[in-house]
Design a protein around this ligand. Sequence first.
Ligand code: PLP
Length: 384
Amino acid sequence: MSDSNRHNAPLRLSRSVVGREEAEAVTRIIMEEGYLGMGAEVQRLEAEIAAYLGVAAANVSCVNTGTAALHLAVQAAVPQGGEVLVQSVTYVASFQAIRAAGAVPVACEALPASVTIDLDDAARRLTPRTRAIMPVHYAGYAGDLDAVYAFADRHGLRVIEDAAHAFGSSHRGRLIGSFGDIVCFSFDGIKNITCGEGGAIVSADPAVNAAVKDARLLGVERDTEKRFAGQRSWNFDVTAQGWRYHMSNIMAAIGRVQLRRLPQEFAPARRRLSALYRELLQDTPGVALLETDAEGTVPHIMAVRITDGRRDTLRGLLDGEGLTTGLHYRPNHLHTLFGGASRSLPVSERLEKELLTLPLHPALSEDDVRAVCTRLRTFMQENR
Ligand SMILES: *Cc1c(COP(=O)(O)O)cnc(C)c1O
């Protein structure tokens, strides 16, 4: 895209990359399947996600958002009033999901190098009510996930991974979701794969899977099995709080195409563009690149830290030139609902002022990345 075009069409931060194949899949559901709600197509997507991850099909439960996945996971694993350790720098979805389940999000610091949870800080926030830890795989990178599991073992905690950014990423050679306690993915419009909206819970714990499969359908017992067999439940019992969180056949049809495109198309494009950013921005004064795993991570966002205090000036300048940037995220302990800055988390508050997300999606060109980097480098080298 030439510079003159960019003023007409701003460079987008992120976008859905969908086309004819997804449209045909939706058409097939409408014209042939005859049922748009939760049925056989959702069962197919669950089986294909399971095959991709190398887990049993029963271990995957698709829902209508990543937030719903987190909500149901917390509801299944954490008793009312239980405390969940979670980094403050995450999407508000992590905090709202914990709260929705009647549990208490306990805001922790993140490590500035990776924006993953700081376990030393988390250790100081343990109480007799702590029941779980929710690591967030920021930008698709899980950090020292082994240390998170060791920490959880030591303190008898469940682990609920917020892997919304990390579908397709590996940790030490193993796909996120192929191991671990409870792993939650998001398939919203801009995630590594999309169903339009959507999410999934992956766990090897049969009690968790039984609980989330009922809870996504208003707590109607074993309604999932009925719907996958093309039937409905008429006489049933309800024994636990449920929600209307199931995925539809329409969403699953889009997701199945996206899942096929991920390894060949989306993951290599995200890795290539992210590697190019890193090459072009390394050694730029005032720019700190985040830790990642070049082979294992499927980078979801291209966040960097602007450490010279000029993040907002830079952001305004890029914005004025049609180069859209983002802020991931406002620390949640600052939100009124979660304490309204009644406690101070200095590292998270510094990250809020430093983090800047640059455009990244599989339809971005290398020239687009070069244009962003050139502008950013020039600015950082000016007026020092
Ligand atoms: C996107 C996201 C979620 C929630 O997923 P939705 O599908 O948008 O509900 C949760 N946590 C993080 C870190 C996310 O980026």
